[in-house]
Structures are given as structure tokens and as C-alpha cells.
Ligand binder design. Sequence first.
Ligand code: SF4
Ligand code: SF4
Length: 229
Amino acid sequence: MKRCKDRGGQNRGCRRRRKAEADRGCCLRRKTDTNCEIDGKQGINCKSKGTRTDDKSTKAFLDGDRTAELYRRAFMEIGDKTPLLKDCGVLCGKACCKGDKETGMRLFPKEETALKEVSTADGGKLCVCEGDCDRKTRPFGCRIFPLFPVLHDDGRISAELDMRGFRLCPLVENAQKVRFSKDFRKAVRKAGRILCRDEQIRAYIKEVSEEIEQTAKLCGISYIISKRK
Ligand code: SF4
Ligand code: SF4
């Protein structure tokens, strides 16, 4: 590894080099020892290397690019994992996929889908699928239902029951008797952590977390499943 010309320290740990990168507007997230948050590549292969982030249009582009990357990584985390180790759709006749032209799955902020979208009164977006989709393109909300990455006041994220599915999903209504897949719970938590790196998505997750807590209070049941083994 080369040595820094200014300080003689090794490049990777040289603070002056990092400051110089920051002054250039180069992405500080691109450290040689970690993956770039924008294109996921290691420092030396990073395409955003040297890009000035103080230019407004570049910033907007990189922000969109970065969000898409966060979603890609969150989707990868969930992969083929499902709430139970068997198909839960046989319990309810796929109740959560029985949408019509006006109901559907709420999209997360800046989430993009190939399915039909409609706007909601509060400025959000709803994916309207009428109960049919290519699993590969289903929205993030469908991938994690009936769990949700709850953001707690202390900044912790844990996979808990999405109480908005109470009365719809038998897994939520009978959660105390259900053994959710450990891998699925872990993946939902990890995906939540990834998405929370975006401020807007984090604010949305916080808002929904509060809604889940309120709904649980109203229903008089606990939505916490993360303490289970
Ligand atoms: S409603 Fe619940 S049990 Fe039924 S398919 Fe959806 S997640 Fe599974
Ligand atoms: S998008 Fe797919 S997974 Fe989601 S509710 Fe519609 S049919 Fe079900």
C-alpha cells in the first residue's frame, strides 16, 4: 500500500487525504476499505470516484441512484424468504393479495415498481395490482408483510408485527401461536436498517412504527415478536 505524500501515513488511514477528498466534493463514503454506498463497489472500482456532490443536478442524480441501490440491497436481503417455512397463503386464500382497483400495497418513499400506481390523499403512492403480479417485481411492503422494521425511539430497528394487517392476516391475529421464520425476521430487520440510511424513508418508517404501536394499543395485543427465540 502507498504512503501519503503529506503525512507519511498509510493511505487508507490518512485523515488529510480524506479531508482533501471532502474538499473536492468527492464522496466521503468511498473509503478504500468499505463499499461505496452509491454503486456498492470498493473504493478503487467506485464509479462515483471524484464526482462533485455540490452540484445540484449531480446530487439529485446520485441521490436517486443511491436510493435505488438501497432498495436493491434491501430486496436482496429478503430474497425468497417468507414469513413461515411453508406457504402461508393456503391458510387464508392469499387474503393480502385480494386487492381491487382502489386498494393495494402502499409503496415506501421513492420506491419504484413496474406495477400500476395510484396516488393517495396524503401524497403517498399505492401499488394497485388486482391480486396478480410477477413475484420478482412486487413492492417492498409485499415482501415483508406481515412484519415491519419498527424504528424505536432509541434508534433500534426490530422486525415486529405489522398491526395494519390485523383482521386481514391470520398470522397477525394469531401471532402468539405462530412461529415466524427466524431468517425472515432477521432479513426484515436488516432490510429496514439498510433503508433507514435514507432520511425520507427513515421518516416514513418512523411514522408507520408509531401507527403500528397505536394500533396494537387499540387492539390490546402486543406487536413485539423480536424477543422470541
Ligand atoms: S394474509 Fe397473511 S397469512 Fe395470508 S398470505 Fe398474506 S401474509 Fe400470508
Ligand atoms: S403486488 Fe403481488 S404480492 Fe403484492 S399484493 Fe399484489 S399480488 Fe400480492
